[in-house]
Design a protein around this ligand. Structure first.
Ligand SMILES: Nc1ncnc2c1ncn2[C@@H]1O[C@H](COP(=O)(O)OS(=O)(=O)O)[C@@H](OP(=O)(O)O)[C@H]1O
Length: 439
């Protein structure tokens, strides 16, 4: 069975699925009309409740934020709006961003961090450290408590392995859920090089490469991945089909439920961004969330030093695609869906908005950044991205001639994930984050 064939089957299901749903809806409408004619005393409030329940992607049966424990904010913040539980300046919908690994997700997260901080959103942070107990499947109990005065979580955007029903227990019903995917070849290459010492399958290949005379760890691994990979080792999750793994799919092997699991994801996600079309993705995101162009401006974060990234040879690319065939399927599926959404938005309109975003992005970069691609050794602690043992991650220097307000904005624009996370956590809870307990 070829990937192209499987991809076409999935695509056909997408087209036939809505047709079947339409037929069922027509049938139900007919039956409902019939029943209404026979029963004039039908329960209007039940219909309203149903309409409210179906108004969004999340339908939690037991919400993590029980209203019976709701505590009112004792001292509303200065710009409070009584209609928005005294917190928001704007009506931003609740947001859940599935932060996939090595896909440009830290850049997206930084946009959400800035937005959330400015809008005084309540973040759903991990109970411990920066991730929701990754690589375990997400559980509602991995989320820290709702802070005093907040009635719901507004933004969740830390790394997790997705479990939709558990996520629905945490976030409100009208949450906008989105994620980002990247070409499976470069995703895997980046994952391998960043996590060489962390993922056991990769570390084994690295050790083996020491005796294979000059071959890189990646080349050694790709020659015979199964020799290094134990699918039962917990930390080996990202070693094969890392994006499928993060989305909670079976990443080990194709299974009969895979297509329907994928369709479920399609139904649940409002948008799946494509890293190779980052700006187009942001424009669609901005449209979903009602954002201004300035809100979407960014600098590329968490990038490896240029000398560590060399173009992959054709044979290597093919081997990576073969090893990660489910990620190829996943990516191709959402790539097509992305361009369907882009067409619905209007391609001319999209191009215009992308051009405007790029002008804004460039203007803000000129205003804020004095030097880019700065090696970690030259950066002060605050602006130094976390370094893996096997990859050098570069950062930015901020201009020194800025006024206080501009400096506050510019530092946030380039602030690495861990520093920004700690800052927001402290701001939200008035205490430091919990560290991972020693094993
Ligand atoms: N806007 C934009 N456009 C293109 N590429 C981008 C962008 N933002 C981040 N990146 C690249 O994404 C990689 C880092 O991804 P993540 O931030 O998701 O990594 S992490 O899992 O949070 O560690 C990392 O890829 P590699 O450099 O190949 O490792 C970044 O360079």
């Amino acid at each position: 069975m070829t990937l192209r064939w499987m991809s076409m089957q999935l695509w056909r299901r997408r087209v036939t699925g809505p047709l079947v749903a339409l037929l069922i809806t027509v049938l139900l409408m007919f039956l409902a009309t019939h029943s209404l004619q026979n029963n004039r005393e039908h329960d209007v409030s039940a219909v309203e409740r149903k309409a409210q329940r179906s108004d969004g992607v999340m339908h939690p049966s037991s919400h993590h934020n029980p209203s019976n424990t709701h505590r009112q904010r004792e001292q509303p913040r200065p710009d409070s709006d009584p209609h928005q539980h005294g917190r928001r300046k704007r009506s931003l919908p609740p947001i859940a961003f599935l932060k996939t690994h090595k896909t440009g997700s830290s850049t997206v997260q930084n946009i959400l961090f800035r937005l959330g901080e400015r809008e005084r959103a309540t973040f759903a942070f991990p109970y411990i450290s920066y991730q929701f107990s990754y690589p375990n499947r997400f559980q509602a109990k991995y989320v820290d408590e709702l802070p005093a005065g907040s009635s719901q979580f507004d933004i969740l955007c830390s790394h997790m392995r997705l479990d939709l029903p558990q996520l629905k227990q945490v976030m409100p019903p009208n949450t906008v859920l989105f994620t980002i995917l990247r070409d499976p070849t470069t995703t895997f290459e980046s994952t391998f090089n960043y996590y060489t010492n962390v993922v056991p399958a990769f570390a084994k290949a690295k050790n083996a490469s020491r005796v294979t005379g000059g071959k890189s760890a990646l080349a050694t691994f790709l020659e015979n991945p199964d020799a290094f990979w134990n699918p039962h080792a917990r930390a080996n999750g990202p070693a094969k089909n890392p994006m499928s793994f993060d989305l909670g799919l079976n990443n080990v092997a194709w299974s009969l439920s895979w297509p329907s699991d994928l369709i479920q994801l399609e139904d649940a996600f409002h948008l799946v961004m494509i890293m190779e079309h980052f700006d187009e993705s942001l424009v669609l995101l901005g449209d979903l969330l009602g954002l201004e162009t300035e809100d979407l401006a960014y600098v590329r974060l968490n990038a490896r030093a240029g000398h560590q990234v060399s173009p992959l040879e054709r044979e290597t690319r093919e081997k990576i695609r073969e090893w990660n065939s489910l990620d190829v399927l996943l990516y191709d599926f959402f790539f097509r869906l992305f361009w369907e959404k882009a067409k619905d938005y209007g391609l001319d309109r999209l191009n215009e908005d992308v051009a405007q975003l790029r002008v804004t992005r460039e203007r803000l970069k000129q205003k804020c950044v004095s030097k880019e691609a700065v090696p970690p050794g030259e950066l002060e602690d605050l602006l130094r991205p976390w370094q893996s043992e096997t990859a050098t991650i570069v950062g930015y220097k901020v201009r020194e001639d800025l006024g206080t307000q501009d400096q506050a904005f510019c530092v946030r624009l380039v602030l690495p994930e861990l520093q920004y996370h700690s800052h927001l956590y402290f701001q939200q809870y008035g205490r430091d984050m919990r560290a991972v307990p020693p094993e």
